[in-house]
Ligand binder design. Structure first.
Ligand code: SF4
Length: 213
């Protein structure tokens, strides 16, 4: 049995009242089911970068690939404040050896997919990614990530859970047994899992570590 799996998580999903309106977004699956196997590292980008609770909500403005974070009513640009905090927080998170991160959906700071970006010309495009989520996935492209809302889909949930525990086993190997024997053992132990996805990939990986077929 491995140690509890260490996961980053948007703080409001744990029930912490850090949202702009003083509420939370508690997710029972994450706290009461996955939480039995996880050690969570909560992160709230907006509060940790210095914004109060409650606060004026923010939104992404400008080009979808490089938007600014701006308060919704007063138009105050929070981009530099957020980016300065992100820089330091990612350094800390690197030391945590996370095996995954679960983000809250629809957030201009934490959302992963289809976040609204308001163009200067008045158009709204749902193609953005929250500033912190983007920086995290750029910095740690191999760490499995997902949005809490998408985990209500059984297929996505199964795939994500499988990714998390596979990545934990991989991290464990890298941390404790960086030998060819360890690699072959990892490949052998995960044989059925890899085969369940692709026989061709299993053969390719087998050739790399020089085991059957
Ligand atoms: S979505 Fe992210 S920024 Fe917003 S309250 Fe939750 S953790 Fe904080």
């Amino acid at each position: 049995m491995l140690e509890p799996i260490k996961l980053g998580i948007s703080s409001c999903l744990l029930g912490n009242r850090v949202r702009y309106d003083g509420n939370h977004s508690h997710d029972r699956f994450l706290t009461q089911t996955l939480g039995l196997f996880a050690e969570y590292v909560p992160v709230c980008p907006e509060v940790e970068c210095g914004m109060p609770v409650p606060r004026e909500s923010v939104r992404l403005v400008g080009a979808p690939e490089n938007p600014r974070l701006v308060t919704r009513e007063t138009g105050i640009d929070k981009t530099d404040q957020m980016k300065a905090w992100i820089e330091g927080r990612l350094k800390d998170l690197e030391k945590e050896n996370l095996c995954g991160f679960i983000f809250r959906s629809k957030s201009p700071s934490s959302g992963l997919y289809r976040i609204k970006v308001y163009g200067d010309d008045g158009t709204v495009r749902k193609t953005g990614r929250g500033l912190f989520a983007r920086a995290f996935t750029d910095r740690f492209p191999r760490i499995p990530v997902e949005e809490a809302g998408r985990l209500n889909d059984p297929g996505l949930r199964e795939n994500f859970i499988e990714n998390l525990f596979s990545f934990q086993r991989w991290r464990n190997l890298v941390d404790t047994n960086q030998t060819l024997g360890g690699l072959v053992d990892f490949h052998t132990r995960n044989k059925l899992l890899i085969l369940s996805h692709s026989q061709e990939q299993y053969r390719k990986l087998g050739r790399l570590v020089k085991v059957d077929p």
